[in-house]
Ligand binder design. Structure first.
Ligand code: MRU
Length: 366
C-alpha cells in the first residue's frame, strides 16, 4: 500500500503558520524536511525543485501569499494586504513557466482576495484568513483529485502487466497519492499483480531517485532503467502500458511533461502499447489551442554536464536543456482525470468532460 506518510507539501498552523516541504533535491529522499517561512524562500524552493511536480508546485505556491503577509509590519489595512497578496502571486508566477497548476493556484488566490475585498465589512485579518482557507481548499482538493484519478484508472492495470513510467508523478509530486502512481496504488489495493519500470529521467533523475524510492516504500516491484532502454524493453515485450503525469495539457490534448515523455509516446505507438496520461483538471490549460503554445522551461546547462557535481562532459561544450517536451494528443490512448477518462483525447472530448463536470471536486470536498 502507498505510504501516505509522504507529505510533499504541508501547511502547519494558522495564518502565522509555516509551509513544510520534503526537499526533493536530495539523492536519498528519506527525507529532509524544509520549513518555508517567506515568499522568497518558496520561490527558490520551486525554482530549484526542492518542491516539484505540477500539482505540488500549485499547492505550495497557494500558501505563498499567506507567508508574504506574515512579514507586513505595523497594522496594515485591507488595501495594503491586498497589494501584498497580488505582489506575492506575481512574484511566484516567475518561479517556473511550464506547469500550469502554478498559475491556476495563484489565480484562485487572486480571485478569492478580489472577491473578499468587495465586501465593505472585510478586515485585513479576515482577508488573510480567507486566502489561507483558499490555499487549504486547493490542498484538500488535490488530495481528493489524486484519489479519484487512482480509482478512475485502476482498471487499466491487469495482472502480469509491466508498466513504464517517467519522472515522478507520485505522492512526492502532489499533496495526495500522486497521479500516474495513484493508479498503481489503487491497482495494488485491488490485488492486481504487476511490475513497474522507472525511467531514471535524466538530467535530474526524478525516476531513479524519487519514483523508485516511492514505489519501493509502497511494496510495488520496481526496476530502474536508463531512459535510452525503454524502446528495447518494449521490443522484448516487457511493457504493456506507459503511464506518466503531465505539467500542462492544451485544449486539443497535446501534453507537456518531463523531457523524454514525447519519445516514449512514439515508441509506444510503434510497439502498439497504450500510452496514458494521468492528470487532474487543474493541469488543463484550455486557453491554449495546441501544445505548440506551451512555454517550455530551459534549465541550467550544468544539470546536463554534471552528475552529483562530477563533470560528465568537457568544459565549454554546448548544452541544450529543455526540462519538458510535448506529446501529441493524437498519440495519447487516454487521459485519466479525477472527473473521468478521456479516451483518444481531442478538443471536443476534453471540453465535454471538463465542462460537464465543472465544480464536481469542489462540491464533493466541501
Ligand atoms: O521538473 P519536475 O520534476 O517538476 O517535473 C515533473 C513532471 O514532469 C511530472 O511528471 C509532472 O509534473 C506531473 S506530477 C504529478
Amino acid at each position: 500500500m502507498a505510504d501516505m506518510t509522504i507529505e510533499a507539501v504541508k501547511w502547519i498552523g494558522g495564518t502565522d503558520g509555516v509551509l513544510e516541504i520534503i526537499d526533493q533535491r536530495r539523492y536519498n529522499p528519506a527525507f529532509i524536511k524544509l520549513k518555508i517561512r517567506s515568499v522568497e524562500q518558496l520561490h527558490e524552493a520551486i525554482r530549484t525543485l526542492a518542491v516539484r511536480g505540477a500539482p505540488a508546485i500549485g499547492v505550495a505556491a497557494a500558501y505563498g501569499p499567506v507567508l508574504a503577509l506574515q512579514w507586513l509590519t505595523g497594522r496594515p489595512g485591507v488595501p495594503e494586504v491586498l497589494n501584498e497578496i497580488i505582489k506575492a502571486c506575481d512574484y511566484l508566477a516567475s518561479s517556473r513557466p511550464t506547469a500550469v497548476n502554478l498559475f491556476w493556484a495563484l489565480d484562485r488566490i487572486r480571485a478569492k482576495a478580489s472577491e473578499v475585498v468587495e465586501d465593505p465589512q472585510t478586515t485585513a485579518r479576515g482577508l488573510q484568513a480567507a486566502i489561507l482557507a483558499e490555499a487549504n481548499a486547493i490542498c484538500r482538493e488535490d488530495v481528493e483529485m489524486c484519489r479519484r484519478i487512482g480509482e478512475n484508472g485502476a482498471h487499466l492495470i491487469r495482472d502480469g502487466f509491466g508498466i513504464l513510467t517517467h519522472c515522478n508523478a507520485g505522492a512526492l509530486a502532489t499533496a495526495g497519492q500522486g497521479t500516474a502512481l495513484s493508479i498503481l496504488y489503487e491497482a495494488q489495493k485491488r490485488g492486481r499483480q504487476f511490475e513497474v519500470y522507472a525511467d531514471e529521467t535524466r538530467p535530474l533523475l526524478q525516476g531513479s531517485r524519487l519514483t523508485a524510492w516511492e514505489l519501493q516504500q509502497a511494496g510495488i516491484k520496481v526496476t530502474v532503467i536508463c531512459d535510452d532502454m525503454a524502446g528495447f524493453l518494449m521490443k522484448q515485450g516487457k511493457i504493456q502500458a506507459v503511464i506518466t503525469g503531465a505539467d500542462r495539457i492544451a485544449a486539443n490534448g497535446d501534453t507537456a511533461n518531463k523531457i523524454g515523455t514525447y519519445s516514449l509516446s512514439i515508441l509506444a505507438k510503434q510497439h502498439h502499447i497504450p500510452f496514458y496520461i494521468a492528470a487532474p483538471s487543474s493541469t488543463f490549460d484550455l486557453s491554449l489551442e495546441s501544445g505548440a503554445e506551451i512555454p517550455i522551461e530551459q534549465r541550467d546547462p550544468g544539470e546536463v554536464i554534471r552528475c552529483t557535481d562530477v563533470p560528465t562532459a568537457p568544459e565549454g561544450v554546448g548544452v541544450y536543456n529543455p526540462a519538458f517536451d510535448v506529446t501529441n494528443g493524437k498519440d495519447i490512448t487516454a487521459i485519466i482525470t479525477e472527473k473521468g477518462v478521456i479516451e483518444r483525447p481531442n478538443t471536443e472530448r476534453i471540453h465535454v468532460l471538463l465542462a460537464e463536470t465543472a465544480g464536481a471536486v469542489d462540491d464533493a470536498s466541501t
